[in-house]
Design a protein around this ligand. Sequence first.
Ligand code: WAQ
Ligand code: MG
Length: 253
Amino acid sequence: MLYSVKMRSAQGGPHEQGGRHISGAERILSEEKIEQAIVAMLHRAQKHQRGMADFISLKVEAVKTADIFYRPLLPLSSCQADSVMTGRKAAVEELVKAGVSTEAAAAGISRIINLRDSMRGAMLLDADTGLRVDSLGERGVRVSKMDCDNSERYEARLLEKGLFGDHVREALVLASKVVSAVGVVAELCWSDDPEYVTGYVASAKYGYKRIPVLKEYGNPIGGRVFFVEQGTDVQKLITYLQDQVVLIRPEDK
Ligand code: WAQ
Ligand code: MG
């Protein structure tokens, strides 16, 4: 039996009462790994770069094997960029390559830059017009119920590329789920952790493109934008992103 384990933490009360989002995490694990994961999540929430949480929610739910979707791990590669400006330029180029309009790509970047504070979830934007298509306001769409299929194998794959740590580990799984959704053209992301400036653009066509710098060091604003094809059933998409259990599998070499 597998379990979905989720954590979200906030400062100034629960998210739904206006608390400021501090951190979150989602895993799918077998029973014997739950305890360790919960302790790790708790520690993360308690001492986070973004500040001290005074609300921490941990949720454990059984997952029915029949409900699991398996999706491929996106191939990973990196862009060149040595400044915020060149990084954002690279992001626009990658988004346009993936099928997002220049206007929408620019809108995605400025939407993240102009956030008053980081959101818990992502904004869904129309890939042509750049207009927001979800109505979830400052909460956004929180992608959940995903993990890699085999942690040891996954981490070994990342290590082969010289990559390790929670940020990339979680982001690559999340992006692999997001771009597997019907209607998603591409994703843009950078972290809200002040010390983590690397971000990415992901698409089913071109995979996960790391961009070394997308914001200034010390900046606590980050975010995610999912660019959505026109005519997409947005409610169905949100349900897939939030509720569909997805395990990500590296493709055999
Ligand atoms: N679903 C939707 N949006 C989310 C989720 C989620 N599960 N988790 C985070 N976000 C949004 C939310 O607005 C956060 O403020 C923002 O994304 C950034 O989240 O080296 O660490 O967890 O290749 O801070 C990317 C680069 C790291 C990794 C991204 O994001 C690499 C990162 P963070
Ligand atoms: Mg963060």
